[in-house]
Design a protein around this ligand. Sequence first.
Ligand SMILES: Nc1ncnc2c1ncn2[C@@H]1O[C@H](COP(=O)(O)OP(=O)(O)OP(=O)(O)O)[C@@H](O)[C@H]1O
Ligand SMILES: [Mg+2]
Length: 283
Amino acid sequence: MSTSDDLVGGNVDPWLSVSEPYQPDPPGHESDLTHSVQIRDVRKAFGSFHVLTGLNLNFVDNAVTTILGPSGTGKSVLLKHIVGLLEPDHGEVVVFGQNIWNVSERERQEIRKRFGVLFQDGALFGSMNIYDNVAFPLRKHTDKSESEIRKIVMARLEEVGLTRAVNKAPGEVSGGMKKRAGFARALVLNPSVVMFDEPDSGLDPVRTSLLNDLILKLHAEHGGTYILVTHDIRTARKVSDYVGVVWKGKLIHYGETEEAFNSDLPFVRQFLSGDSVGPLGMD
Ligand SMILES: Nc1ncnc2c1ncn2[C@@H]1O[C@H](COP(=O)(O)OP(=O)(O)OP(=O)(O)O)[C@@H](O)[C@H]1O
Ligand SMILES: [Mg+2]
């Protein structure tokens, strides 16, 4: 079990040491909630730089969980572990009951098909129009006919309000439209787990709010375990059922949204209120 004295650099942090980092229920004491995605004591270093330092988290199924935390704290690295793009140095990533590094590459590919991912930059293929971008996972991973694909793609594009942009290249549409197209593509294989890495970055407040409405609408319609990373506290408050706070490579809080916003932990309080006074500085 990790403790607060194995933080990056080995320093005991006086602000963090007021509370143990979050630990999921020990075996035999699980709650009724199910967890398709479980992170167990995951550690990851790049060279001598320790990014994840013993992170534990059982994401609640069929809920929206938002991960918050300072820049460079390992949120994107965590998402890459969940989709199996990065292998932990220590610990386990258990997805749909399987440690994804105890299975073959082929099985890992199969598991990945059950994920929908919207990366930080939308990551559309610049050489394909919006339609082909959204159709891409269906063409790559299924043997559906073009007419079946058309039905699915158009339904998804309609949900995100992009039916009139099907023939446009990503370079010809706005940032908000690119995000919506990325969202449609992430959902096209009916994934049970959907991950968004800062879907709101670079969007104005109104577009952010519209995107949040869209996330809530699609989650209500299709269900699924949504994992969202954002820096926008209003987004976190609006869309999340649960909030996880990552700091220095550990999860230091996980709970229902209102609970997080009422937390007594100095770091959580500072971060969620955007206060300049507290354990987090510019360093
Ligand atoms: N492949 C890699 N090789 C080396 N270092 C990496 C690699 N991926 C991430 N890092 C480093 O790990 C740290 C955490 O990165 P990560 O992208 O997870 O941060 P983040 O919490 O998502 O930050 P932001 O909020 O700015 O997106 C950073 O210092 C980053 O430079
Ligand atoms: Mg990131």
